[in-house]
Design a protein around this ligand. Structure first.
Ligand code: DAH
Length: 346
């Protein structure tokens, strides 16, 4: 290597140094370009260090010092630039006169929306809320409701047992709250009990091991079947705008007589045909006159008092209001589904 090579190197390092000193980054992007130009893998500093290896021993010191000076200058520029742009960003962030970033608004879950609507309707005719535990004992969920051990009606409501003998289980229906409330309170009683219930069932589009119900209970002197029908008619009119209902004889152990409530949905659209299977009628809940045996179980005088009860599945009502055909959608937490329910929609 010649002296010339060393001279040329010093000269070009100095030229770069001047360039670096004069550099003023206009923004963060220009600063990044500057960094890559000098410190990048194929940048100037690396190239100079490669050349530096060829400088003969005795001259290494001088060239090395110049090179280091360049590197330090580049780093100082980058650090200074970073700081400048960071504080610039900070001052933008701190500008309190600017409009805020919009926060995305959550939407209510369809089950909550429907529950709220149902409660509001019954509140207007004097029902108040009462709830009970989801983990129940055998007495409240079955026996007191006239479903003694080994009664075949228990087969329809298999559930998950937390403990056996004595049995502690996940309640299969909100009817258990009837027992809890009547044990503590004497008539007149007008309660509504919404809540989660459980069944030992395979999950499919139409059934789930967990769902929601709303229970109604009305006990007073001289409560008749006509009162029950009138109350339910008021409810379907308010909720669906449909006042034509029929009470189809059915069986529940805790009511006598018992009935399924069908609402006349009509056959105006293709969907109406589909959801009513071409009949125009839709089953929406179970109901009946509280069996005197149930009243006796909770020490209410069945000679003096009578009453009615009803129970409905919230998922099913939501299905009708929103045309949601698959029960699994309610519990999958898929944002694409949930986002469709704005508070104002129902
Ligand atoms: N508990 C019943 C079920 O889960 C629903 C029900 C039917 C509740 C009739 C009632 C009633 O209060 O009277 O299938």
């Amino acid at each position: 290597m010649t002296n010339d090579f060393r001279g040329n190197m010093i000269e070009s390092i100095e030229k770069y140094l001047q360039e670096v000193v004069a550099f003023e980054a206009s923004d963060a992007r220009a600063l990044e370009e500057f960094r890559i130009k000098y410190l990048g893998k194929n940048g100037i500093v690396n190239a100079l260090f490669t050349d530096f290896k060829k400088v003969p021993g005795p001259e290494k010191r001088e060239v090395g010092q110049a090179l280091n000076k360049l590197k330090v200058a580049v780093n100082e520029k980058i650090d200074a630039g970073k700081e400048a742009f960071a504080s610039e960003q900070k001052s933008v962030f701190m500008d309190l006169t600017k409009p805020g970033d919009p926060l995305p608004m959550g939407s209510r879950h369809p089950i909550n929306l429907v529950r709220k609507r149902i409660i509001e309707i019954f509140k207007r005719i004097g029902f108040s809320l009462s709830d009970g535990p989801e983990i129940e004992d055998d007495w409240h969920n079955f026996t007191a409701l006239n479903l003694p051990e080994f009664h075949p009606a228990r087969d329809m409501q298999d559930t998950f047992f937390i403990q056996q003998n004595p049995d502690i289980l996940l309640r299969t229906h909100t009817s258990s709250v009837q027992i809890r409330y009547m044990t503590e309170n004497q008539p007149p009683i007008r309660i509504l009990s919404p809540g989660r219930v459980y069944r030992n069932e395979a999950i499919s589009s139409r059934s789930h091991c967990m769902f929601h119900q709303i229970e109604g209970l009305y006990i007073d002197e001289k409560v008749s079947f006509a009162d029950l029908k009138q109350t339910l008619q008021f409810f379907t009119t308010e909720l669906f705008g449909k006042s034509q209902i029929r009470l189809r004889p059915s069986y529940f152990p805790f009511t006598e007589p018992s009935a399924e409530v069908d609402v006349y949905w009509g056959l105006e659209t293709e969907t109406d045909y589909r959801i009513t299977k071409g009949t125009g009628w839709l089953e929406i809940m179970g109901c009946g006159m509280v069996d005197p045996a149930v009243l006796e179980n909770v020490n209410i005088d069945a000679e003096k008092y009578s009453g009615f009860a009803f129970g409905m599945g919230i998922e099913r009502i939501a299905l009708l209001l929103y045309q949601i055909g698959d029960i699994r959608l309610y519990f999958e937490n898929d944002m694409r589904f949930l986002e469709q329910f704005e508070p104002g929609l129902v």
